[in-house]
Design a binder for this molecule. Sequence first.
Ligand code: ATP
Ligand SMILES: Nc1ccn([C@H]2C[C@H](O)[C@@H](COP(=O)(O)O)O2)c(=O)n1
Length: 237
Amino acid sequence: MSTSVAATPVVVAIDGPSGTGKSSTSKAVAARMGMRYLDTGAQYRAITWWMLHAGVDIDDPRAVAAAAGKPSIVSGTDPLAPSITIDGTDVAAPIRGERVTGAVSAVSAVPEVRTLITDLQRSIAAEADGGIVVEGRDIGTTVLPDADVKIFLTASPEVRAARRSAEVSGRAGAPAAGGADVAATQAALLRRDAADSGRKTSPLAKAGDATEVDTSELTLEQVIECVVTLIEERGRR
Ligand SMILES: Nc1ncnc2c1ncn2[C@@H]1O[C@H](COP(=O)(O)OP(=O)(O)OP(=O)(O)O)[C@@H](O)[C@H]1O
Ligand SMILES: Nc1ccn([C@H]2C[C@H](O)[C@@H](COP(=O)(O)O)O2)c(=O)n1
């Protein structure tokens, strides 16, 4: 099934702080509704990975700006098999590592980086014939301000940290997460949110016309159902 409002494909923007369930929800909604899926955080992570790999000083915004146009990022938008390459290298795994996670807020705050990646995101969305779910921090406010459906996911810091710790400790070879690990995870999430909300250029923010969904007390399936309902309601208008 592909989803459209009148003759034009539906564009759904899902934003929110770290660990609120944007990726899990967006992928599942897109798969269920026959739409494409774009993880914009993966694009910022990929360019951060490339900068670190190329030896660019990520604490020097001018150096980051000067290098930003050099690599080529390709995002695969199949929600069942999303992919990301940079200059032909598959970086889906390394971009999730601690080094990239610790550096991505600095790189993504550089305006030249944002301009390049925003243009790329808009062109991917424009080519998605069957509609697309795009998730990130500034999709509803800046990248796709005319999106048909805008959702802003939230959850309490405690819930987000517990979910993230469970995810990490569930990975092969990882130790079980204890109280100290959850507290450290929560502190890291809040640090990243503060940096992403506090930057000058298109910070993490809820669009005025977005629907806020607090997922703290909801299962993933309930969040998916809620978003599908919002998209279907938009289609009936
Ligand atoms: N409603 C929910 N109930 C329980 N667990 C959830 C729920 N939503 C997401 N999760 C789990 O929480 C973790 C974080 O979810 P996800 O990666 O989708 O968040 P995110 O907002 O995309 O994070 P980030 O911004 O850091 O990429 C995952 O392990 C996911 O399975
Ligand atoms: N639209 C976006 C998406 C992501 N970012 C930055 C800020 C995040 O901390 C980082 C990684 O995103 P995640 O993989 O955790 O979703 O990328 C942004 O600035 N704008």
